[in-house]
Each structure stands twice: as structure tokens, then as C-alpha cells.
Design a binder for this molecule. Structure first.
Ligand SMILES: Nc1nc2c(ncn2[C@@H]2O[C@H](COP(=O)(O)OP(=O)(O)OP(=O)(O)O)[C@@H](O)[C@H]2O)c(=O)[nH]1
Length: 706
């Protein structure tokens, strides 16, 4: 039943018309406006006078469609209804005015006269500008979102916690190898695909996330791919909560981590593994040793660190090439891997050096040493097995240093140093063997380090002094000198070369020391040049095999000659035969380079080594030196006399000068000169003296002769 209006209610249709919350415009049969209420005037932006009688034509109105294109007059609501005689609803059109577009939602219906013709059309419209703008921005943002999602590899999903419904995007399925709609798209799908090992973690995570007040979340888990493997995903998203904080839904995106995990794995491998053998590298080993120590502390057992270095590996590299060297390193790694226990740590430190760490060797040092020695014997045997390197069946050996440690006292760097020292002892003891570290090795190493530091200081402080021993011809005249170096080490006694040259060669200090000697010698030669006596002398300087090995040596000598102004033809470089054990071609080339600068070469200690006659032909020598051992035995051992005679004859044939050294007796001198030796040196004739004294003794300002 309709409620009955109060008796005094007076309805005016005009009042109602004007207060309607919609614009109402009535068009006559000719399309002209016959009435327009107040809201219509407002919405259309025209006064009643302007509206009344206005036509529904393009001249009068600018309407646009929803997409912004012009609405043609035949589609104006009034015209459509007039034309069709049917009502129209839900048309959205924009009225373009100076203040912008006002969007109207229009309905229109016809009124017929008694003859059934359209008498007038009533058009009602409401302002839907706000709605329209909202819809437009929604569409825009949806479009943007679609584009973003299309361009992204992330897979959106949404879980309505209230209804339990889950939405999986197409990409969500694609990520797991399914086309959209191919998988069973129910709420529990993601749960069924979860890696069983991740289930408890997810359960726990959700259990803490949902009751909390947190909005964002991010976690990693694995989902089963269609082909059976698991895809690691990072799921990030947002929890929507009601005002009381109750979680209503979770929406998020899953990111496929496969590529990232692979990159991370590769970075990890590059950082911690050796690419040639696949073994862990030094950095990994150092990290791992921390765990070894922690385990050792718990068990109380001894461990051992083995430092293995292949013997003469450089020779294989140099003679057969790096590729074969690489093959040997790979096979050595395999042999080691198959010899030690799976739980033992194995690493390649670089070059031909490997480390093995043995754990759980028992609580007593003696037992641990025995057990380590047992493993080491197995390793030496395994590495010594013939290995097939391409077409070559190759046998190698290794030297191993062993250091035992218990976890309480161990420091990783120290352990590596100790095992390294022990390995060097194994090398020194003939290779293909192992040695345990003992503290005396450390003492020796410390002493060496201190000696090296002192030598370096000595070099920078100019403590290495040049001495000269004169050389005489058969008439007793000085013809030259040999430079001998002495070390004035602080307040110590003067130290002879036999006490430091060997060390300098091992430590590489021979290069700066050699350069210093050469420079000082050339300075002396330059000074002597101005002296009528000294200017005639030649100066012999010993050169080490290490210097001759250096391809830059000829250029360095040239620079010194240039810098000092010494005359090259006065400089004799003395080499020992050991130089010829190097790459003969290279050495010969280097010698010829120096010879072309005018420098002469003397071969020291001739007769004591291989004394291959081929040297005399191949290398540009100017003199041979008869070793002191033959000179000493002259008159005692007829064999020595014969050797000396043979050397002199040989030198003459090759037009080489002969210098005999170590002459201490007159009989020796007479024998040598009578036999045709051109010059000699020795205590009988003159001892080595500081260069200044030498200059004083033999220069024009001095006495002029010995
Ligand atoms: N083929 C190959 N050689 C390498 C690699 N890394 C370093 N080397 C070489 O390995 C050699 C290591 O030689 P050393 O251990 O010093 O010398 P060695 O000949 O083994 O002599 P001893 O150790 O005294 O027996 C050097 O010649 C390096 O150039 C690599 O990755 N591949």
C-alpha cells in the first residue's frame, strides 16, 4: 500500500521539475527545446532563455562520445528518439564547455500523441563527470598495470583469506611450465606444488605474519615445475587488513630466482673454486679451516695440514707446453680426490701447489703423526702413478710438507707457512718425499728472513763494497783486475761473498746486488780512463746466471755504460758454465748483443764443469780462466798440469786469452807463464784490496806497480 499524502500537501509539478536531482529537457517534435529545468540549465551551461527554442543540431551543441570523438547530431539523444520512436538509456556523452567537459549519463523517452506520432522527447541526465574521470583513471592505471605485468617476469597472485579463493595469473602458471588454465586452478594449487621441505617453513611464516600487524612480506620457497624440477621463487607482497588489523587478503608477485641463483652460484664458484681443477681455492680453504678448528676443538683430535708441490713441474710446462701442464694438474687433482677421504679438505693453492687437511687423527700427537704419514705415503704413491697426458704417458712426483696441529693453538696462516717450510725441506732432501714441520725449520726461516732484510738494508746503505784483485802479465805488469764484493755489515767484520752470494741468488737479491756491482765497476772504469796507468786496465765483473736470464740485461748494461761513461771494451763479464745450462739459444743471443756493444766475456772456472768444447765455438768468449783447483795442484798432481797445458793449448787455438787464478807460489807462476798463460792473479801477486787502495797502488798518482 502507498502511504497517503497529508491532506494539506500541494504538489506543484514545476517545483518538482526544478528540484529534481537530474536535468530534464523536453524537446518538441521539431527537436527544439520546449522546457529545461534548473539542473539542466546548470549542466548544459546555458540559461533558460538560451535553451528554450534551441535546436538539437551541431550548430548549437558540441557533444562528445566517451572516447572523446565528436558525437554527430543524428546521435544526440533527442534526435535518436525522434527518429526511432524508442526510448534510450545509459548513453554517456560529454558537453564541451569553456570549463572542460561535463559528462552526462542520459536517458530519453518519447511521448506520443493520440495518432501515435512522437509529440515530444523527454531527455533526463545526471552529472557523471566524477564517475567518468574515476573510470578513466582506473582504465589508465589498469592499462599501465597490464603493460608492466606484460613486461615483467613476475607472476601476480591474490589470496582472499575470507572466501579462501586464490587467483593465479597466467604468468604464475607459465613460470611453472603450464599454459594458463592448464593447471588445476583451485585454492590449494600452490600448496600442492610447494617443495615438501619448504612446507613447514611456510606454515611457520604465515603463522607469524597473519596475526601480526605487518603489511609487507617477502620470502623464498620452491615450487614444483611441470617437468618435475623445483623452481626457486621469491614471493613479495602485501597483506590487506581490516581496521582491527585482521588479515583479509594477501596479494603478491612471485619472481623466478633460477637465473639469479645460477649467477650467484657462478660468482660463488669463481670466488671459491679453482677453474682448472674444480677444487676449492685458497680463500675457500681458509674459510673451511675455521670449521676444521671448531670440529677439532669439540673432538680433541689432532689434524694435519699437508702442503704438496709437484716436482719439476716447470720443466714439463717449459718442454711440453702449458696444455700438458694443465692436464697434469687436473689429473693430480683427481688422484688426490680419490686418495683422501671425502670429508678431508682438499684445495689447489695455485700453480702446482695443493693442500690437504686431514681431520680426526686421534688425541695423541704420535698417533696422529703415524696416521698422517700413512695418508701421505698413499698420496705420494697415487701422484706417482703414470698419467696419460694426451699421447704422453707421464710420471711425476711430489714433495709434501706436513704440519700437525691441535685446534687450540692453530692459526691458519701459520699452519700454511709451517707446512710450506716442511715442503721446502722435502724438496731440499731430494724431492718425491715428505717432511714434518719442526720448529728448527721456523728458526731457519726466521734467520733467512732477517738475513734478507739485512742485505736489503745493506744495499740501500751502500754496505756492499768493491774490492779489486790485480791481474798481471808475464812481465809483471798489471793488465787488469777482478772485482770482488765484500759486505761491510754495520759493525760486523767484513763478510766475504761466499757467505752471501748463494743466498742472494736464491732470494733474487742477486739482481739489485749485481746491478750495484756493475754500476760501481763502470764508475771506476770511467775514473780510470783519465789515468794513464789505470786507463789501460780491463776490469772483470762476475755476472750471475740470474742476470743473464733477464732479457733486459743487455739494455741495462748499455744504460749503465752510458750513464757512467765507461768504455765497454775495458769491461769483462765473467760467466760460469752454469749459464750454459739455460736456454742456449737465448743466452748466446744475449751474449752477442752485449759483445756487439764492445763488452768481452771470460769463462770462469774453466775445466771444472762440463767444459764442452762446443761452448768455445758457440759463444763469443774472449778469455778462459783456469780454475784455482788446477793451479793449486800444479807440481802435486801431474793430471792437473796436463789439464792446464791442454786448456792453454785450447785457448791459443781459439785465440782466447788465458787468466789463471789462485796463484800462490812462484813455481805455479813459472809453470803457467812458461806454458804460455797470458795473465794471472793470486795472493802471490796481489790480494784483493778496496778499490780506492787499488787506484792508489796502481794509478799514475800511486807507486805504479805492486
Ligand atoms: N700449466 C700450468 N702451469 C702453471 C699454472 N700456474 C702456475 N704454473 C706454473 O707452474 C710452475 C710452478 O713451478 P715451481 O713449483 O715453482 O717449480 P717446479 O719446476 O715444480 O720446481 P720444484 O717445485 O722446485 O720441484 C711455474 O712454472 C708456473 O708458471 C697453471 O695454471 N697451469
Amino acid at each position: 500500500m502507498h502511504p497517503t499524502p497529508p491532506a494539506d500537501a500541494v504538489f506543484s509539478i514545476e517545483t518538482l521539475h526544478d528540484n529534481l536531482p537530474a536535468g530534464v529537457v523536453v524537446h518538441g517534435a521539431d527537436g527544439r527545446i520546449v522546457s529545461a529545468n534548473r539542473l539542466a540549465q546548470e549542466l548544459l551551461g546555458r540559461s533558460e532563455t538560451e535553451l528554450l527554442g534551441a535546436e538539437a543540431s551541431a550548430d548549437t551543441w558540441t557533444f562528445v562520445r566517451e572516447d572523446g570523438s565528436p558525437l554527430p547530431p543524428e546521435e544526440f539523444p533527442a534526435n535518436l528518439v525522434l527518429k526511432t520512436g524508442r526510448k534510450l538509456s545509459g548513453l554517456v556523452a560529454g558537453v564541451v564547455g569553456p570549463g572542460g567537459t561535463c559528462w552526462l549519463l542520459c536517458n530519453a523517452y518519447p511521448e506520443f500523441d493520440a495518432a501515435g506520432s512522437v509529440r515530444q522527447v523527454v531527455v533526463c541526465f545526471t552529472d557523471c563527470t566524477v564517475l567518468k574521470n574515476t573510470q578513466q583513471s582506473l582504465e589508465k592505471s589498469e592499462k599501465r598495470l597490464r603493460l608492466v605485468l606484460k613486461g615483467s617476469t613476475d607472476a601476480p597472485w591474490d589470496w582472499d583469506l575470507v572466501s579462501g579463493e586464490v587467483y593465479y595469473s597466467e604468468r604464475w602458471w607459465n613460470m611453472l611450465g603450464y599454459a594458463s588454465g592448464e593447471g588445476l586452478d583451485d585454492a590449494g594449487a600452490w600448496r600442492r606444488m610447494l617443495h615438501p621441505d619448504d612446507d613447514a617453513m611456510i606454515q611457520e611464516y604465515l603463522g607469524s605474519l597473519l596475526p601480526s600487524q605487518r603489511d609487507g612480506y617477502s620470502l623464498e620457497f620452491r615450487l614444483r615445475h611441470r617437468d618435475g624440477h623445483y623452481v626457486s621463487v621469491l614471493s613479495r607482497g602485501y597483506v590487506l587488513r581490516d581496521p582491527a588489523g585482521k588479515a583479509l587478503r594477501i596479494s603478491g608477485v612471485n619472481t623466478d630466482l633460477t637465473e639469479r641463483k645460477e649467477t650467484e652460484r657462478r660468482i660463488y664458484e669463481l670466488a671459491f673454486f679453482d677453474h682448472l681443477t674444480g677444487l676449492p681455492n685458497r680463500r675457500f680453504l681458509i674459510g673451511e679451516l675455521d670449521h676444521v678448528l671448531a670440529r677439532g676443538r669439540r673432538s680433541g683430535h689432532y689434524c694435519a695440514l699437508l702442503y704438496l708441490d709437484l716436482d719439476n713441474f716447470k720443466l714439463l710446462n717449459d718442454t711440453m707446453g702449458h696444455d700438458l701442464g694443465d692436464m697434469l694438474l687436473r689429473q693430480t687433482a683427481q688422484q688426490l680426490r680419490s686418495t683422501v677421504r671425502h670429508s678431508d679438505q682438499l684445495a689447489r693453492l695455485g700453480g702446482d701447489e695443493f693442500v690437504v687437511v686431514l681431520e680426526g687423527l686421534g688425541p695423541s700427537p704420535r698417533g696422529a703423526a703415524a696416521e698422517a704419514a700413512c695418508v701421505v705415503a698413499k698420496i705420494l704413491a697415487a701422484v706417482g702413478q703414470p698419467m696419460q697426458l694426451g699421447a704422453l704417458l707421464f710420471k711425476t712426483t711430489a714433495s709434501i710438507g706436513i704440519t700437525l696441529f691441535d685446534s687450540n693453538e692453530a692459526n691458519i696462516e701459520t699452519l700454511l707457512k709451517q707446512a710450506d717450510l716442511a715442503m721446502y725441506r722435502a724438496k731440499a732432501d731430494g724431492r718425491n718425499t715428505a717432511r714434518f714441520f719442526d720448529p728448527s725449520m721456523q728458526d731457519a726461516a726466521d734467520r733467512r728472513a732477517a738475513f734478507e732484510a739485512a742485505m736489503r738494508d745493506g744495499l740501500s746503505l751502500g754496505q756492499f763494497r768493491l774490492f779489486c784483485q790485480p791481474q798481471f802479465d808475464s812481465l809483471g805488469g798489471v793488465v787488469g783486475a777482478e772485482v770482488l764484493v765484500r759486505w761491510q755489515r754495520g759493525d760486523h767484520d767484513l763478510i766475504g761473498p761466499d757467505q752471501f752470494i748463494g743466498f742472494a741468488e736464491e732470494s733474487g737479491l742477486i739482481l739489485p746486488l749485481g746491478e750495484h756491482i756493475l754500476k760501481e765497476s763502470c764508475r771506476a772504469l770511467a775514473r780510470w780512463h783519465l789515468d794513464p796507468n789505470l786507463g789501460r786496465l780491463k776490469l772483470a765483473v762476475n755476472v750471475s746466471v740470474h742476470q743473464m736470464r733477464d732479457p733486459c740485461f743487455p739494455a741495462a748494461v748499455a744504460a749503465i755504460l752510458d750513464g757512467t761513461g765507461a768504455r765497454p771494451e775495458r769491461l769483462y763479464l765473467e760467466l760460469t758454465e752454469s749459464v750454459f745450462a739455460e736456454d742456449m739459444h737465448e743466452i748466446s743471443q744475449r751474449m752477442h748483443e752485449l759483445r756487439s756493444q764492445g763488452i768481452c766475456f771470460a769463462l770462469d772456472d774453466f775445466g771444472t764443469g762440463y767444459s764442452s768444447l762446443a761452448y768455445l765455438k758457440r759463444f763469443p768468449l774472449s778469455a778462459l780462466k783456469i780454475d784455482r783447483s788446477f793451479v793449486r795442484d800444479l807440481g802435486v798432481d801431474p793430471g792437473s798440469a796436463s789439464i792446464v797445458e791442454a786448456i792453454i793449448a785450447l785457448a791459443r787455438k781459439f785465440k782466447l786469452d788465458i787468466v789463471a787464478e789462485g796463484v800462490e807460489e812462484e813455481a805455479q807462476r813459472d809453470f803457467l807463464f812458461d806454458g804460455g798463460c797470458s795473465s794471472m792473479q793470486g795472493y802471490l801477486l796481489g790480494r784483493p784490496i778496496p778499490i780506492a787502495e787499488f787506484e792508489h797502488a796502481y794509478g799514475a798518482a800511486g807507486i805504479g806497480h805492486a
